[in-house]
Each structure stands twice: as structure tokens, then as C-alpha cells.
Design a protein around this ligand. Structure first.
Ligand code: DGL
Length: 272
């Protein structure tokens, strides 16, 4: 038995942790941020796979029977290989889930025009994972992606609420909407982006629905645990959260406390 592991390249997955904990506060959680090597968004498939697998192994070492890749880039580039190539032989009794499929499931029901925009890292957009997952479920939908290469650095550096961020937020939104004026629903396909939500709202025309992921991932996880009682029974329920980081714990504590608006302590781990 053990806690639910949540992994992200940096701090962004804290928005997923928050969404999940709000809905499922009874479980124990371990959050792991690979802050020393973030961002992942511009890294190659091979490197994201290698780093993500190291993180998953670390969370397994800490006893997690279930790990959520709370990172779109890792979900896009590493999840399938981990599920198909690593788990069956190395850890057949553990599960790793991602954040793209659950988001794709809800978005098709929300759009009236069927034109869906995706804002994400370069890696997630290039992988076309959202387009593939959404059109598999909703073949009538058109999916348009726009990479936002500056948004993750703005969040990681704590500049997300400063005036300088406005330029980059407006620029990427304008580029997305210029590609297709029928877009009526936009997925914030990167777990860092909810931190920029006030600015994203400011520059999004009225009538367009924005989809941050945390709450939908929580609903999807709850549903998964109902459908998989054998996994649910293996999850400890003490309501605690432990934080791990590959960077300095002081830096992690300061930044993560801003994200979660609570005091936290973290433990440093080496990923290799
Ligand atoms: N938070 C990650 C995501 O959801 C990406 C951040 C990064 O580039 O490392 O895609």
C-alpha cells in the first residue's frame, strides 16, 4: 500500500495536485518536481522519456502504486512507452496515468463549434497528442494548436503576475485565434498555465471557454478509482502530502508555497 504519486517537470503539476486534493482529500500524495531539469517543453522525445521514467521509478521507490504524470509534455512524449514497454515487465502491478486523455474526453462535449484550440509547450504541440486523442473520441472536431514557449519560463521564474507577462500571453493567444476564428474552447494544455489564468482571461475574447485541467483530472481519477477497486484498496488514506524535488529544497519551498498558498517542506532527491 502507498500514496498516489504526482509528477511534473517543475511546479506546474501543483495545479493538478491541488485539483485532485480538493476532490479527493482523503488520500496520501507524494509530489515530485524535477525542478533541476525543467523545463521539459523543448526537449526531445528520448530525453523526456528518460527523465520521466527516472521520476516514475523514484515514485515507485517511495511506495506509490499509482503515478499520475501531471505534466502534458511528459504525458505526450513518455506515457505510452512507459505503459507499453516498461510497466508490463518491470512493474506489472503498478499504474501510470497521464493528463491528456482525461482532458480530451471532456473538451468535445464543451465546444459548440467543434473548433478547439490548444495552448501548450512546443513539445506537446509537436507531438499532436491532443489532436489525436480528441479526434479519436470526437471525429467531427477540428483541433488547432499553438506553442507558447515563453509561458512556462514566466511561471517558473515567478513572473506570471508581472506586467511583462502580458505581452507574451496576448501574443500566443492572438496567434492561436488568427489560425481559426471559429475556436470557441481553449485547452490550457500545460499544467503551468493556470497560474497565468487572470492574464489569459484578459486577452481572450468573450464567448470562448477556457479549460484549465486540474478539476477534470480529479474527476477522471475518481472515476478510475471507482472502476479499479483493486487499485483503490492499495492507496493509503491519511490525507497527507509529501514533496520531493531534484533542486534545492529552499527554492522549492519558496516557489511551491506561492503556488499552493500554504507552507510546505520538501526533500531533495537525485534522479538518475
Ligand atoms: N508543466 C508541463 C506541461 O504540462 C511542461 C513544463 C515544461 O516545459 O517543463 O506540459
Amino acid at each position: 500500500m502507498g500514496p498516489i504519486g504526482i509528477f511534473d517537470s517543475g511546479y506546474g503539476g501543483l495545479t493538478i495536485l491541488e485539483g485532485i486534493r480538493n476532490r479527493l482529500p482523503q488520500y496520501d500524495y507524494i509530489y515530485l518536481g524535477d525542478n533541476a531539469r525543467a523545463p521539459y517543453g523543448t526537449r526531445s522525445f528520448d530525453v523526456v522519456y528518460e527523465f520521466t521514467l527516472q521520476a516514475v521509478k523514484k515514485l515507485f521507490e517511495f511506495g506509490c502504486p499509482l503515478v499520475i504524470l501531471g505534466c502534458n509534455t511528459a504525458s505526450a512524449k513518455a506515457l505510452r512507452s512507459i505503459q507499453q514497454n516498461y510497466l508490463p515487465t518491470a512493474a506489472p502491478d503498478r499504474r501510470v496515468l497521464g493528463v491528456i486523455r482525461p482532458t480530451a474526453e471532456v473538451v468535445g462535449q464543451m465546444s459548440h463549434t467543434g473548433h478547439i484550440g490548444v495552448l501548450a509547450t512546443e513539445g506537446t504541440i509537436k507531438s499532436e497528442s491532443y489532436k489525436l486523442e480528441i479526434t479519436k473520441l470526437y471525429p467531427q472536431c477540428t483541433v488547432i494548436g499553438q506553442a507558447c514557449p515563453m509561458w512556462v519560463p514566466l511561471v517558473e521564474c515567478g513572473e506570471f503576475d508581472k506586467p511583462g507577462a502580458d505581452y507574451f500571453v496576448k501574443d500566443s493567444l492572438d496567434k492561436l485565434l488568427a489560425q481559426d476564428p471559429l475556436i470557441d474552447t481553449i485547452i490550457l494544455g500545460c499544467t503551468h498555465f493556470p497560474l497565468l489564468l487572470p492574464k489569459i482571461r484578459r486577452y481572450t475574447p468573450e464567448g470562448i471557454t477556457l479549460i484549465p485541467q486540474g478539476q477534470y483530472i480529479a474527476v477522471s481519477l475518481e472515476d478510475y478509482l471507482h472502476r479499479h477497486p483493486e487499485m483503490n484498496q492499495r492507496l493509503t488514506q491519511g490525507g497527507t502530502t509529501q514533496y520531493l524535488t531534484s533542486e534545492s529544497t529552499t527554492k522549492f519551498r519558496e516557489s511551491a508555497s506561492l503556488f499552493l498558498k500554504e507552507n510546505i517542506t520538501a526533500q531533495r532527491v537525485t534522479l538518475n
